[in-house]
Write a protein of this length. Sequence first.
Length: 70
Amino acid sequence: MSVIYVLLAISITVAVIFFVAFVFSVKSGQYDDTYTPSVRMLFEDEVVKDKDNKSNLNKKEIKQTKSTNQ
C-alpha cells in the first residue's frame, strides 16, 4: 500500500514539472506562429474578393434574367 503513495507523489511531481515547463515555454514565445503572418500578406484577400465579385455578378445576371422574362 505504501508503494501507491510513493507512485502518487512521483506522478504529481512529474506533472508539476511538466506544467511549469509548459508555462515557461508559452511565456518565452515558443508557440508563437511566425510563419503564417508572412505568408498571409502575400494573398491580400484575393480569394474573398473573387467570391464577392462572382456572387455580385450572379445577382446581376439573375436580375437581368428576371427582367427579361417579365
